[in-house]
Write a protein that binds this ligand. Structure first.
Ligand code: ZN
Length: 160
């Protein structure tokens, strides 16, 4: 069975950044997704089409097609009392902020000053050219329910 639309695909991968360091890896727990649902980076999804279980592929994705270019403007100052009092906000912490449209935007604490908490809204991998070394470990038919929900069910996926 080949990787194509409406198949559940399991992959193992290691993501290498420009400087050769590992940015992310599945580390023995494969990532499962429904092919064609846009659950993973589009460039990575495209490159997997037609592969079979056991196939390996190296996929290079430029920053602009990955997590975007680093945006020097994507910083926001929040008042010191923005977060609950019992949360001790420190540089490097992640928070999900909510934008005007109600979307959750992951952000990292860039700096805590006497006057404000400065959040960096860039994705942690923004500006990085990505190199995925991927191995396909599973391909199966998606169930009608999975297709309706747009995510994988079962032990490897989403639980209701
Ligand atoms: Zn579901």
């Amino acid at each position: 069975m080949k990787v194509e639309e409406q198949k559940v695909v399991g992959i193992e991968y290691t993501l290498f950044l420009d400087d050769g360091t590992v940015g992310d890896e599945t580390d023995g727990e494969p990532l499962y997704f429904i092919y064609g649902e846009g659950n993973i980076l589009p460039g990575l999804e495209d490159a997997l089409k037609g592969l079979k279980v056991g196939d390996k592929k190296t996929v290079s994705i430029k920053a602009e097609d990955g997590y975007g270019e680093y945006d020097e403007e994507a910083f926001e100052e929040l008042p010191l009392d923005f977060f609950p009092k019992d949360v001790e906000v420190e540089q490097g912490m992640f928070f999900a902020l909510t934008d005007e449209e109600g979307n959750h935007v992951p952000a990292i604490v860039h700096e805590v000053t006497k006057k404000a908490i400065v959040m960096n809204m860039n994705h942690p991998l923004a500006g990085e050219n990505l190199k995925f070394e991927v191995k396909v470990v599973d391909v199966r038919e998606a169930t009608p329910e999975e297709i309706e929900h747009g995510h994988v069910h079962g032990p490897e996926g989403h639980h209701h």
